[in-house]
Design a protein around this ligand. Structure first.
Ligand code: C2E
Ligand code: CA
Ligand code: CA
Length: 625
């Protein structure tokens, strides 16, 4: 069997021959010399000097012989090391002769390729060709080897099993000066594992690990490609309750939820050009070519229906909340790509502000509103410290005796850049950004201060009603905050009323009711604002600590032309049944006032009696009534 020893033995025997030749070359004359000397010593009576000379010559000859003997030993030692390195190298090594016939391979070669030495001896390296590199590739490779003496690069070959594998290969040309022969030595490393890791990293760079969908960067890449030639539609889907799910589910369950959402999206939009998960709570899909609008809406409704269905995880039914924004992708330059995504997000935000399961189409009008909201947000952050807020008070009047029975505190904002901003515009922004907590507290503080400084001094017992945003009510211990201000200003707690909306009491009823009970224990009344515009479930109303129901202006404003007042009537009857007070908001006209009398709604808040008033005017109004 030919193995590594073959080539090394061959080279060993070559070097052995060399040394013997030299040895003989030198030793033959030495022998003849010794012979001559011996003959001379025997035959001639020589003097001492000659003797020493002869002797020295003999020593030199012997030293030369010794040197060559030592050199041979050293060569053998070097060869042994080379042989060991060759055999034990982690890299595969293959040596061919000048005609590229394999003459020897090492163990690593056998391990990586699966071929034994017998399989490959005499074969050419092209025997392992993968077939995936073209002629040009090999031509360049051999050019480099023959011209530069070396080639290095990545190449795919096949193992004995037929499996394709990548290797990092260096081929060197070795010229043997002795006999002008040539060898090629190939040294390579199997880079399959490295490649796998690289592919995985590449994968991570471009795809979402959980759902396998494209990520933001991949989406951008694909949009860049697409928008050069085609138009399309982009749909942005936001999972609004992602953070709640994150809080209650294990990470495996959360991942399963995300996977099932992604599957629903793919199932409905089968022909999407790309579906991406661009953030933890955001999916974006792109459809090439503009769909017919009806068709698009029917797909969107189908997806809404699918996503509304519960997801079953760990024997639990999970519901997701979501909203969608839709925008067009026009053929534009690449810089516009991120704008398309931004537009989808703007539309989604507006859909979200209108509640769950909504979708909105992007328009320039939406963009203007969005930019205006951004301005509101930026200015709102400094509104308190810049002293830009103040409060107006709108009287609530008993129509039978025209006495003021209460007032609602309504926030006003005057900003240098934006002018007067109505609460309908800025409260939602304050809620979205969380600024509402700080602003809400400012209102409580200001109202308590007003009661202390202005109301108590005129001995008025008219309670002031404060609007508490659902965001603030749910996230804070509102009873503690209110108590803090009541104590600080030392005012009677029953001079305060709190207005909450239906949205507050529909979720976490026990927790909310607990807060309401604590407020009531302090002596503070609770009014249910905008009644009838939200959930209006009677069952919860019976159980909650509500003192007063407010009929929203919505049910009054069109009376008598566009509305027969039926809903107002129902709400009044309901409040009687529940034993709560009832007050009508937004009463402006005599007809509306008369109607309220007719249905026995005694309390009125509206322009008929008064718009919201500045402090001083309000105090005057109380004095009058
Ligand atoms: P709301 O609680 O329903 O307040 C009643 C709104 O109706 C007020 O608008 C009031 O000025 C208006 N209004 C009352 N009577 C009439 C009428 O006869 N005709 C017309 N056209 N409007 C009438 P405003 O002050 O613009 O407040 C709008 C909303 O902003 C409020 O609705 C309330 O939800 C919110 N808001 C106001 N102040 C605060 C506050 O301090 N905190 C919180 N969280 N929200 C507030
Ligand atoms: Ca209110
Ligand atoms: Ca209201």
């Amino acid at each position: 069997m030919k193995d590594i020893n073959y080539i090394f033995n061959e080279s060993k025997s070559k070097s052995k021959n060399k040394i013997y030749k030299k040895f003989l070359k030198l030793y033959t004359p030495t022998l003849s010399l010794v012979f001559v000397i011996l003959v001379m010593m025997i035959t001639i009576e020589c003097n001492r000097v000659m003797h020493i000379i002869y002797f020295a010559i003999l020593i030199i000859i012997n030293l030369i012989i010794c040197f060559y003997m030592f050199k041979r030993k050293e060569d053998n030692y070097k060869l042994q090391i080379a042989s060991d390195i060759f055999e034990n190298s982690r890299e595969a090594i293959l040596v061919t002769d000048g005609k590229q016939n394999i003459i020897v391979v090492n163990k690593a070669f056998q391990r990586i390729t699966g071929y034994s030495i017998e399989d490959v001896i005499g074969k050419k390296p092209s025997y392992f060709k993968s077939g995936i590199h073209g002629k040009e590739f090999y031509k360049k490779m051999w050019n480099d080897i023959n011209e530069k003496g070396m080639w290095t690069g990545e190449i795919y070959d096949r193992r004995k099993s037929g499996e394709l594998y990548p290797k990092f290969l260096t081929i060197s040309l070795i010229n043997n000066k002795e006999d002008n022969s040539v060898n090629y030595v190939g040294i390579f490393e199997d880079v399959t594992e490295i490649k796998k890791k690289e592919t995985y990293i590449e994968q991570l760079k471009r795809f979402d690990e959980v759902t396998g969908l494209a990520n933001y960067f991949q989406l951008i890449n694909m949009l860049e490609d697409m928008s050069r030639e085609e138009e399309g539609i982009l749909i942005c889907i936001n999972i609004a309750n992602y953070s709640d799910l994150n809080a209650i589910c294990s990470s495996e369950s959360l991942n399963s939820i995300m996977v099932s959402i992604s599957k629903e999206i793919i199932a409905v939009f089968k022909y999407a050009y790309v579906t991406a998960r661009t953030d933890k709570d955001e999916f974006i899909l792109v459809i090439k070519n503009r769909l017919d609008l009806d068709q698009l809406i029917s797909y969107i409704n189908k997806l809404i229906d699918k996503l509304k269905e519960p997801i079953h995880i760990e024997n639990e039914e999970i519901f997701i909340s979501f909203s969608m924004g839709i925008t067009e992708i026009k053929k534009e330059n690449e810089e516009a790509i991120e704008d398309f995504i931004q537009n989808g997000r703007i539309a989604m935000e507006f859909a979200k502000s209108q509640g769950n399961y909504n979708y909105k189409f992007y328009s320039n009008h939406l963009k203007d509103r969005y930019l205006y909201e951004v301005k509101i947000e930026n200015n709102l952050r400094r509104a308190i410290e810049n002293n830009e807020f103040h409060i107006k008070y709108q009287p609530q009047v008993d129509i039978y005796n025209e006495k003021v029975v209460g007032a609602e505190a309504l926030l006003r904002w005057e900003n240098q850049e934006l002018g007067t901003v109505t609460p309908d515009r800025f409260i939602s922004v304050a809620e979205k950004t969380g600024l509402i907590k700080e602003i809400g507290e400012w209102v409580i503080d200001s109202v308590c201060k007003f009661i202390k400084e202005d109301m108590v001094s005129i001995k008025s017992k008219v309670p002031i009603s404060i609007n508490i945003s659902p965001v603030q009510f749910k996230s804070q211990d509102i009873h503690k905050i209110v108590k803090g201000y009541v104590d600080r200003y030392n005012i009677p707690a029953n001079m305060l009323e709190i207005e909450i909306t239906e949205g507050v009491i529909i979720e976490n009823r026990e927790e909310i009711n607990d807060k309401l009970i604590k407020l009531k224990e302090m002596g503070i009344n609770i009014a249910l604002d905008d009644f009838g515009t939200g959930y209006s479930s009677l069952s919860y109303l019976r159980k909650m600590e509500i003192d007063k129901i407010k009929i929203d202006r919505e049910f009054i404003k069109d009376y008598p032309k566009g509305d027969d007042g039926a809903i107002s009537k129902i709400i009044v009857n309901l409040s009687k049944e529940l034993g709560t007070k009832v007050i009508a908001e937004g009463v402006e006209t005599v007809e509306q006032l008369e109607f309220m009398k007719e249905i026995n709604c005694a309390l009125i808040q509206g322009y008929y009696y008064s718009p919201p008033l500045e402090k001083k005017e309000f105090i005057k109004f109380i004095a009058k009534h």
